[in-house]
Ligand binder design. Structure first.
Ligand code: SF4
Length: 318
């Protein structure tokens, strides 16, 4: 079959301007996108730059955007993209510095962030030099250990295009793997790192990372577990604790969330500097008739039932 690949091009050593080159190649049934790229480089244009390594979908090195969705080119079949026509677009990842053509900066994209979460285990000393843990204690971790750091979850993340400094689901999944390892005596340190701004609290739970993960590792679930651990072990910074307490109190008392109260109480009622920070947003919301006045909203009709649910849960917790 004849396929035309429309490939993103950029060469910082020339003019550095982004462009696109079209290459038409003949490929057999069952060919992958990577087969097409290799054929282009070998037979048409040896200057085309792209990455590939394991050729079997386990290293993530060949990830690019195929028709605008991140894919590993070594496993993406050409036939999956040709129902609407014999053209396939190939681009580097969004929001990541491009080195050349389809080769982008993996350090900026993922490795620097993984390094930032201290991705190693600090084992506890034992008398016999071994640190054996029960098999059951490792069952959940084993799934996470199958992460091959392909970065597909980061590409799917909806926070990273807005804030590239967010650690991202790949690095946070790595942090989970270490923070929950029963042998790791430095797990508190790991939690402290990811608990800071740009870490676990910046995830918006869109579940796109889970949708993108080819190994079903559920990075969002890992981030939620890290949050719980941070909260339950008292590591969370005070604003997070205040936010949780205010959210629960508001729903318990009135049946729904008092957003104005939440904003004020999360900053802290005596934190004048923090409260001042809210003023520009409040003024903007006020000018659009959307400012929730703290402590002023009425109860919902069935608020008493909701209060009883809270009281039951609190009782059970005791
Ligand atoms: S969690 Fe899944 S998508 Fe993210 S890096 Fe690991 S294997 Fe890839």
């Amino acid at each position: 079959m004849q396929i035309t690949f429309k490939v993103y091009r950029k060469d910082p050593e020339k003019d550095g301007k982004p462009g696109r080159s079209n290459y038409t190649v003949d490929l057999p049934d069952g060919a992958t996108v990577l087969d097409g790229l290799l054929k282009i480089r070998d037979e048409i244009d040896s200057t085309l730059a792209f990455r590939a390594s394991c050729l079997r979908g386990t290293c993530g090195d060949c990830m690019v955007r195929v028709n605008n969705s991140a894919r590993l080119t070594c496993t993406a079949k050409v036939s999956a993209y040709t129902q609407k026509g014999p053209e396939i677009s190939l681009d580097p990842l969004r929001n990541v510095p491009v080195n050349k053509d389809l080769v982008f900066d993996w350090d900026a994209f993922m490795w620097n962030k993984i390094k930032a979460v201290k991705p190693w285990l600090e084992g506890s000393e034992t008398a016999d030099g071994e640190n054996i843990v029960p098999d059951a204690a490792m069952a959940d971790l084993r799934k996470v250990m199958s992460c091959y750091q392909c970065g597909m979850c980061d590409e799917g993340c909806t926070v990273l295009p807005v804030d590239f400094n967010f650690l991202g689901p790949a690095a946070l999944t790595k942090a989970y793997r270490l923070a929950f390892d029963p042998r790791n005596k430095a797990s508190r340190e790991q939690i402290k790192i990811v608990e800071k701004p740009k870490g676990i609290w910046d995830c918006v739970h869109c579940y796109e990372a889970d949708e993108h993960c080819p190994r079903n590792i559920e990075p969002t679930k890992r981030i939620v577990a890290l949050r719980d651990k941070a909260f339950n072990s008292g590591i969370s910074h005070e604003a997070v604790a205040r936010h949780h307490a205010s959210f629960a109190a508001s729903v318990k008392e009135s049946g729904w969330l008092d957003e104005g109260r939440l904003a004020v109480e999360s900053e802290g009622l005596t934190n004048v500097k923090g409260l001042m920070k809210l003023l520009p947003t409040a003024a903007k919301a006020l000018s659009r008739g959307k400012a929730p006045i703290p402590y002023m909203h009425s109860k919902r009709p069935d608020a008493d039932k909701i209060k009883k649910i809270f009281e039951k849960a609190e009782q059970e917790e005791k």
